[in-house]
Design a protein around this ligand. Structure first.
Ligand code: SF4
Length: 256
């Protein structure tokens, strides 16, 4: 499993975003998330970890300032600054303040670089988190299933809310919303699951049509997953899903 041991990491080459400078707001030695996705590259969420020690606001801003300045002075610009890292970035208690400083530092040292947030979107029901998300360039939110049963198996949301609650929450981003959707199959807890089965896919497409995102990013597992019996989805099946999204008048692309 991959854990990032720095606040600012890279730039790394990203399948979806090109040259990406990563920002990790989560602890450097463990994963913190309000989901427990069975495919998470950071491993399982420690659901008993109630006392999370986040990196301080000051340390985050200082690490960003040093790196942005260095890259800006060299003219070695990334394509994007991406909030990702060891879990869910919006859980940082100073998330809004950090986004304000990121925008300020980006404008100062590398104004053409876009700011991306990869999130599960759960905390958009908090006004400060929503405000922060609405300020950045690209908000990429998860929608990995179309029905409640698969949503709970694949993403394991710790707040135990329904998929419908989750989708209503995503609507708060309006036309800023970009969806990322992983498709997978395999055995988990002795049950065979396949998120490309027709019934799930139909329900998922209905949600996508309701949400009308700017774009849908479709992919499958790429690295080691905490649930050991998962399989990749072949690229022709992913392409067919993208085609169906396109036919609904929504941009979609497969990243594999
Ligand atoms: S939402 Fe992201 S960080 Fe959280 S468990 Fe899922 S894949 Fe991992």
């Amino acid at each position: 499993m991959i854990l990032f041991d720095k606040i600012v990491f890279g730039p790394v080459v990203s399948r979806r975003f090109g040259k990406s400078l990563g920002i990790n707001l989560l602890p450097l030695d463990n994963k913190v998330c309000n989901f427990n996705c069975i495919y998470c590259e950071c491993g399982w969420t420690n659901v008993k970890n109630t006392k999370v020690k986040y990196t301080s606001y000051e340390d985050v801003v200082s690490a960003m300032q040093i790196k942005f300045k260095e890259l800006g002075q060299k003219g070695d610009f990334p394509d994007v600054i991406t909030f990702a890292g060891n879990g869910e970035p919006t859980m940082h208690p100073q998330f809004l303040r950090i986004i304000d400083d990121t925008i300020r530092l980006r404008n100062e040292y590398m104004p053409m670089v876009k700011i991306v947030i990869l999130s599960n979107g759960v905390l958009m029901n908090k006004p400060d988190v929503l405000e922060a998300l609405l300020k950045v360039d690209l908000c990429v939110m998860k929608l990995d299933a179309g029905n409640g049963k698969l949503f709970k198996i694949i993403d394991q949301p710790l707040n135990n809310k329904s998929i419908n609650w989750y989708v209503q929450n995503l609507k708060k981003l309006g036309d800023k919303l970009i969806i990322q959707a992983i498709f997978l199959k395999g055995v988990f807890n002795n049950e065979f699951i396949d998120s490309t089965d027709e019934s799930n896919l139909n329900d998922w497409l209905n949600y996508v049509v309701q949400l009308r995102p700017k774009e849908v990013m479709i992919y499958t597992i790429d690295r080691e997953t905490p649930a050991k019996e998962l399989e990749k989805i072949p690229s022709d099946i992913l392409s067919n899903i993208a085609l169906r999204v396109n036919e609904a008048g929504i941009k979609a692309k497969v990243y594999s």
